[in-house]
Design a protein around this ligand. Structure first.
Ligand code: TPP
Ligand code: MG
Length: 556
């Protein structure tokens, strides 16, 4: 049918995507998207063909975050779409703009085995679902899907019945101006002068100030302004987990605020009497559910300030403004401070303290995850892109204070494991000239291990570092604390190096951290991807687990 030389609806749909400037698309083909995908590839778009639809959307999420653009993925109808029900809510919560081209079952058939009411499934995740059933309007509808993804910062799934896609296109092909051309141009929002003066008064009256930056501060390039404000208040700096590293070289940055706060940071946060949250939504975990700074008043500087978030009252004082302009206005209106909180002794403590100093008895032959992270911090090149995943091990991996924010990515607002490998692929696609290092747990990596094949086939430059405790660490520590059997969470140490070799990658089992510099050299001189399997003890508990799930005392 498609040999008659006439353009098809899928040709026009692919042109509409190309018109949007789509340079990378993560894809898994089926009847309902393959013709469209072939045409998009022919337009020059780089296609990354993954092995599970979840991974297509998860990779597009990391791509969107790193490229600062809309992430694009494609899946077939029915079972292709049902595979997305973990990735889509994760993208919604992380406010990532995505457009997913999904097929729909044919309209002409009375019965089709892959038929499914896709709209309710997709909208239940918080993503938008657009049915495109009128060919003439499709080019504009595609453009509007990109506009919606950009302005609402969430995934938009486009469903097009594949018999409609195969129809001949009648008439001229006219494409609308792309979304980035018609998007309203907005300048950073300055604060209202009276509000800024009131905020400055509040800051002037506080003694122990912490300036806490979130991803909004990163996006607004408010880092230097935050440092200047913290310096003028004589206070300290901190970031949320996703924004970690924004102040990596500032001696008065206590690191992450939230579940991953290092030991010294916890102490100083307790003393804070004002936290200035900049470009930060004050999600539940950022303040440990309000426990981290029991004495502090909260001032939120944000374009979209809130009183309540994720079930808690988070701030009584607000300055509605672009993060940088708001912070600069406060600093400008602030009188010089006579007695700063910060001093050289604090800087020395922050610099010289271990993130966690607790002692554990561990079996001989196994590594302490904290030593693994310290050794990695010391030996991995500074320009590698880091991806942090989930699970118990992510606490340790987040403690690399010398690494800057622009080299870091984590997306974990939905709390799902299994995404690390996809996020690493998304970062590798967005930064093709860089090496990407993924820090993952054995359980999480195993969940989508098939993507090692995608990584090899596409020649993605990714090093996967597995913190292998032979278990679902989060679960065993919780079960142990409750005195319950742990069988369902313990799997034994599987051989990731052999698995990697089976997929055609290089693989190493690491039992001796002194070998790391050699391993780094070997990897840097080689091509392609590798998996390093660090055998760690399951006896080392992160401070977060110790706080939330105290372990029973040992029998005498
Ligand atoms: C999709 C999904 N399934 C299950 C869980 C529950 N869960 C949270 S952490 C975790 C264990 C992860 O194990 P691993 O990746 O080995 O990291 P570890 O905790 O051992 O460091 C599990 C199963 C989850 N968060 N997401
Ligand atoms: Mg594990």
């Amino acid at each position: 049918m498609i040999h008659d030389g006439k353009p098809r609806v899928f040709d026009v749909l692919a042109k509409a995507f190309a018109q949007e400037g789509v340079g990378t698309c993560f894809a898994l083909l089926g009847d309902a998207n393959m013709n469209w995908a072939v045409r998009l590839a022919e337009s020059g778009c780089r296609m990354i063909y993954v092995r599970h639809e979840h991974c297509a959307v998860a990779a597009a999420m990391a791509y969107a975050r790193k490229a600062g653009d809309v992430g694009v993925a494609t899946v077939t109808c029915g079972p292709g779409v049902t595979q997305l029900t973990t990735a889509l809510p994760a993208a919604v919560r992380a406010r990532l703009p995505l457009v997913v081209f999904a097929g729909e079952a044919p309209l002409k058939s009375g019965w089709y085995n892959q038929e499914l009411d896709q709209g309710p499934l997709v909208t239940a995740t918080g993503a938008a679902y657009l049915r495109l059933h009128w060919p003439d309007r499709m080019p504009i509808a595609v453009r509007d899907a990109f506009l919606q993804a950009r302005t609402e910062r969430r995934p938009v799934v486009i469903g097009v019945p594949f018999d409609l896609q195969a129809r001949a296109w009648e008439g001229l092909i006219k494409l609308p101006a792309p979304s980035h051309e018609v998007l309203p141009r907005t300048s950073p929002m300055p604060p209202n002068a009276e509000d800024a003066a009131r905020a400055a008064q509040l800051v002037a009256s506080a003694r122990h100030v912490v300036v806490l930056a979130g991803l909004g501060a990163v996006e607004a390039a408010a880092g230097p302004a935050c440092r200047a404000l913290a310096a003028k208040t004589g206070g300290l700096l901190a970031t949320t987990l996703p924004a970690r590293g924004l102040f990596h070289d500032d001696p008065f940055c206590i690191g992450i605020s939230g579940s991953f706060t290092p030991e010294v940071g916890l102490e100083y946060l307790k003393e804070a009497d004002l936290v200035i949250a900049v470009g930060c939504s004050l999600a539940y975990h950022a303040g440990g559910g309000g426990q981290l700074w029991p004495k502090a008043k909260m001032l939120q500087v944000d374009i979209d300030p809130v009183a309540v978030n994720q079930g808690q009252e988070v701030a009584r004082h607000h300055l509605r403004a672009d993060a940088r302009l708001g912070v600069e206005a406060i600093t400008a209106a602030l009188p010089a401070r006579a007695a700063p909180w910060r001093n050289e002794a604090m800087a020395a403590r922050i610099r010289d303290s271990k993130p966690d100093s607790a002692a554990f008895e561990i079996e001989t032959g196994y590594l302490d995850p904290r030593d693994v992270v310290e050794a990695l911090e010391a030996s991995l090149p500074a320009d590698w892109e880091m991806v942090n995943s989930g699970g118990h091990c992510s606490w340790f991996f987040a403690q690399m204070p010398s690494r800057p924010q622009e080299k870091f990515l984590t997306i974990r607002e939905f709390g799902a494991i299994g995404n690390g490998i996809s996020f690493a692929m998304g970062v590798a696609a967005a930064r093709p000239d860089r090496t990407v290092v993924l820090f993952d747990g054995d359980g999480s990596l195993m969940m989508h291990i098939q993507e090692l094949e995608t990584i090899r086939r596409h020649g993605l430059r990714i090093l996967i570092v597995v913190m292998n405790d032979g278990a679902y660490g989060s679960e065993i520590h919780k079960l142990r604390s409750e005195g319950m059997r742990e069988d369902g969470a313990v799997f034994g140490y599987c051989d990731f190096a052999a698995i990697a070799r089976g997929f055609g990658l290089s693989g190493r089992t690491v039992m001796d951290l002194a070998k790391l510099p050699d391993l780094v050299r070997e990897f840097s001189e080689s091509e392609g991807a590798a998996v390093w399997d660090f055998r760690v003890s399951d006896k080392v508990l992160s401070p977060t687990i110790r706080r939330a799930h105290p372990q029973p005392a040992k029998a005498p």
